[in-house]
Design a protein around this ligand. Structure first.
Ligand SMILES: Cc1cc2nc3c(=O)[nH]c(=O)nc-3n(C[C@H](O)[C@H](O)[C@H](O)COP(=O)(O)O)c2cc1C
Length: 140
């Protein structure tokens, strides 16, 4: 069975909650999913058919350093894989996510669609659906 590993950092749980819905979407498409908090991730964590990286907007429209450092450490293993990026934000407009996608693109790492972002927690049907659909898109 094909496998998706979701590697994420979440300070207050919103990005983690998104990850659970992305997991649900991918599972509904018949894919095995492993959720990995970035502090327990290592280079073996990227040995999957599909990957998703999750980070909230932090600093000033920045990816959480925990995730940025991890991705940097494994970037040579990411080329050619199908990769999703997602995360929660509050007052911004999602610049952290679009800049993240651009930075990955410069490393020849291409991301599925425009990523997936949710304002604060995925607490309504529309946000939940967006996460599930993105999970499906990563593995389709
Ligand atoms: C130190 C810090 C910096 C933040 N910077 C931004 C930001 O630049 N843009 C934004 O939209 N939200 C920003 N936020 C809001 C978080 O992205 C938002 O609260 C998000 O839901 C947190 O997700 P999490 O629960 O997965 O940690 C910031 C929050 C903190 C604590």
């Amino acid at each position: 069975m094909a496998k998706l590993n979701i590697i994420y950092f979440s300070g207050t749980g919103n990005t983690e909650q998104m990850a659970t819905y992305i997991e649900e979407g991918a599972k509904s498409a018949g894919v095995e999913v492993e959720m990995i908090s970035v502090d327990s991730a290592d280079e073996n964590s990227v040995e999957a058919d599909f990957l998703a990286f999750g980070s909230p907007a932090t600093g000033s429209e920045e990816v959480a350093p925990e995730i940025a450092d991890f991705v940097e450490s494994v970037k040579d293993k990411l080329k050619g894989k199908k990769i999703g990026v997602f995360g929660s934000y509050d007052w911004g407009e999602g610049d952290w996510l679009s800049m993240w996608i651009q930075d990955l693109d410069k490393e020849d790492i291409s991301v599925v669609g425009e990523g997936c972002m949710v304002n604060l927690s995925p607490d309504d049907d529309e946000k939940v659906e967006a996460c599930k659909e993105y999970g499906k898109a990563i593995v389709s």
